[in-house]
Write a protein that binds this ligand. Structure first.
Ligand SMILES: [Zn+2]
Length: 286
């Protein structure tokens, strides 16, 4: 591939191969803060929805509840837990180093500008690694399930800032990296559900997904963030904190999904996103 006013073809590192048999409609060249050039190729490609997944023939749509958290990036209602991409472990020290060195450089100097670019390049790399790691996960979740349920993101409530002055900087970095992972996971689920004919249900963040017993429905006392497991005072069930939350999310999400399905005119497809906070009260309480 070559661009106008260029003598030879470009050296390109493809993020993914161009789909076979498509013609580029538009090319855009951009440059990010790290000084990297990007060539975006817009192609016309028809994305076919995946066949729907039901529990059995004619049964309920297959659903998964996803609890996003700190201990695990995501816990599934079947007990599976997916780790955070090891970004902080891999790049945290390097990033802190670069930031320290940036602060030692004189304002307005060329060296400072160089250090700034190096940091921007590292951030860009972290973003790429994160995107790739989450891509596999979200593709699998969307393939295997018809309905995906998450809590409407309110990251601020998930992360408490640790006490102590010296830890603040590291905690800030830690937090930025976690926040970005949840945000990216959410973004990918949203567009993949739209592409492949799935439904993403966002449960209201005030729904007591952690305190509710997924076995009997009793709502227990507030749990400290450090408590990883508990047993229900109502039915005695033993719960893993995050898996229990994921089960509650799945059940609440399916309740909302069925409400929307029953209100839909016949023949209309289910929406790719259902947001509890945007549903009219009439439907919710019906
Ligand atoms: Zn119970």
């Amino acid at each position: 591939m070559a661009l106008a006013k260029q003598s030879g073809p470009l050296r390109i590192r493809w993020s993914r191969p161009l789909p076979a048999g498509v013609r580029p409609v538009k090319l855009t060249v951009t440059r990010d803060r790290a000084g990297r050039f990007f060539l975006s190729v817009l192609v016309e490609e028809r994305i076919e929805p995946l066949p729907p997944v039901f529990l059995r023939d004619g049964g309920a749509p297959k659903a998964v509840g996803l609890d996003l958290g700190l201990a695990a990036l995501v816990a599934l209602d079947d007990g599976e837990k997916v780790d955070h991409p090891r970004l902080l472990k891999k790049y945290g020290a390097k990033l802190a180093d670069l930031q320290r060195s940036l602060h030692r450089k004189k304002r307005g100097s060329r060296n400072r500008e160089k250090a700034r670019q190096e940091i921007a390049r590292l951030y860009a790399l972290i973003g790429d690694v994160r995107r790739d790691a989450l891509d596999q996960l979200t593709t699998r979740l969307v393939r295997e399930n018809q309905v995906l349920v998450v809590e409407d993101l309110s990251i601020a409530s998930l992360v408490r800032s640790p006490k102590g002055k010296g830890r603040r900087r590291k905690a800030g970095l830690n937090r930025a990296i976690l926040d970005a992972s949840w945000g990216e996971l959410f973004r990918q689920l949203q567009y993949k559900c739209a592409w492949y004919g799935r439904t993403l249900v966002l449960v209201d963040r005030f729904f007591p997904s952690t305190r509710r017993c997924s076995a009997c429905g009793v709502i227990g006392p507030k749990l400290d963030l450090a408590v990883r497991g508990w047993s229900c005072g109502g039915c005695g069930a033993e719960h893993d904190r995050d898996v229990n939350a994921a089960r509650n999310l799945r059940d609440e999400g399916m309740r909302l999904y069925e409400l929307v399905a029953s209100a839909l005119p016949p023949g209309r497809a289910m929406p790719s996103i259902i947001r509890a906070s945007e549903m009219p009260d009439v439907v919710l309480t019906a």
